[in-house]
Design a binder for this molecule. Structure first.
Ligand code: HAM
Length: 433
C-alpha cells in the first residue's frame, strides 16, 4: 500500500497553502502596526528547554512531546547508558519557550532599552489524540513581547489578536474573550496550597487526574472537563481572594485598558491554561462555530514574567499569545468561507503547431523576466486543448503563434473576457501584453 501521511497531520494543498500564506501575511502586517517584527526559531530545541520552560507537570511536556535522541546516542540509551541532556531534543510543542531562548541567547534585549516585540508563525507538534481541531502537527501564529510588565502590553496584545480574528472574517458575535489572572510568585503559592487542600478534601468526588493534580498542578483541576470535577471545583477557593496588591492592580489596569477600547470580555476564574509558565494575565478566545467545546479555543496566551529566568536568562518579564491556524480555518469554513482561487496567469501562449514551440518557450521566458505571469503548453496538445487549458487557468489573454504570424513577425493576442483580438509585432510583444 502507498505510504500515507502520519495520523494527525495534514497536507496543505495548493489552495489552502495559498490561504495559509495570506493568513500569516495578514497577521504579520497587522502586528507590524503594533511594532512586532518577525523572528524564526528552530522547530526542534533541547528537551530541557521545554521541561524547564513549560513545566514538567504540564500535559504538554509530560505526555505530548515528540522526543528524539541524536544519532549514536540512541544505541547508548538502548544499552542503558547515560545520555547527556543536551543530546535530547524535542519537536517544539509551542513557540514561546524557543522565542524567549532566542532573545536571551542572541542578546536582543538592551538593558534599560525598549521592550522587544516579535512575531512568528509555523508548525508546532503535540502527540495528542487527533480530532476535529486537534492535530499532531498544527500551525500557530504568535507574538511575544519581552522586557516590560506594563499592563498596556497585555491589553494591546489582546486587542490586536481580536482585531486579527475580525480581519480574517470571524465576526465578534461568534467569539468569546475570556480573561483571568493567576497571580505571581508572591501570592500564588498560598492560593495553590488552598486549592491543594480543597482537592484533597474532595478527592473522593474527583477524577484520578485531578486527584493526582493536588500534588503536581492543583490549578489545572480548575479546568478539568469532567462534569463531576467541574461541579466540585465550582466551589473551590478563588484566586481573587488571594491576589497581592500588585497583581490586583495589574489586573485592574489590563481590564481598564480593555474597557477604554470598548473590548468585550468575560472574566473566568477557571481559566488557567495548559502551560505552567504563566503569571498574572491569562486569556483565551473561544469560537462558537465549527468545533465542539474542547477544541474551540482559537487563540490564547498571557504573561510569563519568570520564564526567561527559568530557562537561564536574565530576569525579564514577558507577554504573548498564539493562535491556531487550523482552528481558525475550521471556524471560517463553518461561516461559509471559500478557499481562494489560485492566481490566474496574465497570459497563456498557444501554438498552432510544433513549429512554434521553441518561440513560445522564449517568449514565455521574456514575459516572466518582465514580471508577467505566463504559462504555455508542455504536453504537445492541440490548439483547441490549449485554449481549454487557458480557460481553466482563467488566463486573461491568450497569445496565438501560428506559422503565418511567425513568418510575418507578429503575434495574435486575444482578450479572453471580450474575445477581441489584436496583432502585435514580435519585437513589442512583451510590452504589449
Ligand atoms: P496554546 O493555548 O497551547 O498556547 O496554543 C495556542 C493555540 O494553538 C490554541 O488556542 C489553539 O488554537 C492552537 N492549538 C493548540 N494545540 C493544538 C492542536 N493540537 N491542534 C490544533 N491547534 C492547536 C500556546 O501555545 C502558547 N505558546 C501561547 C503563548 C504565547 N503564551 C504566551 N505566549
Amino acid at each position: 500500500m502507498a505510504i500515507k501521511r502520519p495520523e494527525g497531520t495534514k497536507d496543505l494543498l495548493p489552495a489552502e497553502a495559498q490561504f495559509w500564506s495570506q493568513f500569516r501575511q495578514t497577521a504579520f502586517d497587522l502586528f507590524a502596526r503594533y511594532g512586532y517584527v518577525p523572528l524564526e526559531t528552530p522547530v526542534f530545541e533541547k528537551t530541557e528547554l521545554f521541561v524547564r520552560g513549560i513545566g514538567e507537570a504540564s500535559d504538554v511536556v509530560g505526555k505530548e512531546m515528540y522526543n528524539a535522541i541524536s544519532g549514536g546516542n540512541l544505541a547508548k540509551l538502548v544499552a542503558g547508558e547515560h545520555v547527556r541532556s543536551d543530546s535530547r531534543f524535542s519537536l517544539r510543542p509551542e513557540g514561546t519557550a524557543g522565542v524567549v531562548r532566542a532573545i536571551a541567547q542572541n542578546g536582543l534585549l538592551q538593558e534599560g532599552g525598549a521592550p522587544i516585540k516579535v512575531a512568528y508563525a509555523g508548525p508546532m507538534f503535540r502527540a495528542e489524540r487527533p480530532q476535529n481541531g486537534r492535530q499532531r502537527q498544527f500551525n500557530q501564529v504568535g507574538i511575544e513581547c519581552l522586557g516590560t510588565d506594563d499592563p498596556s502590553v497585555d491589553a494591546e496584545g489582546i486587542i490586536m489578536l481580536m482585531r486579527f480574528f475580525e480581519a480574517i472574517g470571524i465576526p465578534q458575535d461568534k467569539m468569546t474573550l475570556l480573561v483571568n489572572t493567576l497571580g505571581d510568585e508572591s501570592c500564588r503559592p498560598a492560593y495553590r496550597e488552598a486549592l491543594k487542600n480543597y482537592i484533597v478534601d474532595h478527592s473522593a468526588e474527583l477524577c484520578e487526574d485531578c486527584q493526582r493534580r493536588a500534588e503536581t498542578n492543583p490549578l489545572r483541576a480548575l479546568d478539568c472537563k469532567e462534569e463531576a470535577c467541574a461541579h466540585v471545583m465550582a466551589g473551590a477557593p478563588r484566586i481573587e481572594d488571594f491576589l497581592c496588591d500588585a497583581c490586583k492592580e495589574h489586573y485592574a489596569q489590563v481590564k481598564s485598558y480593555l474597557d477604554a477600547a470598548g473590548m468585550a470580555y468575560v472574566e473566568d476564574q477557571r481559566l488557567v491554561r495548559g502551560l505552567d509558565y504563566y503569571t498574572r494575565t491569562v486569556f483565551e478566545v473561544q469560537v462558537s462555530v465549527g468545533m465542539d467545546n474542547n477544541q474551540n479555543a482559537i487563540g490564547g496566551g498571557g504573561r510569563y514574567d519568570k520564564l526567561m529566568a527559568e530557562i537561564g536568562g536574565a530576569d525579564t518579564p514577558g507577554f504573548g499569545f498564539a493562535l491556531g491556524y487550523e482552528r481558525c480555518r475550521i471556524a471560517l469554513e463553518a461561516l461559509g468561507m471559500q478557499m481562494p482561487d489560485p492566481p490566474a496567469p496574465a497570459l497563456y501562449i498557444a501554438c498552432v503547431d510544433d513549429g512554434q514551440r521553441s518561440l513560445a518557450f522564449q517568449l514565455a521566458q521574456q514575459c516572466r523576466d518582465a514580471g508577467i505571469a505566463c504559462e504555455f503548453d508542455h504536453q504537445n496538445r492541440s490548439l483547441k486543448a490549449q485554449f481549454k487549458q487557458a480557460d481553466k487557468l482563467k488566463a486573461l489573454q491568450v497569445a496565438i503563434l501560428g506559422p503565418d504570424e511567425v513568418a510575418a513577425g507578429v503575434v495574435k493576442l486575444r482578450d479572453m473576457a471580450s474575445h477581441e483580438e489584436r496583432e502585435v509585432s514580435l519585437g513589442e510583444f512583451v510590452t504589449s501584453v
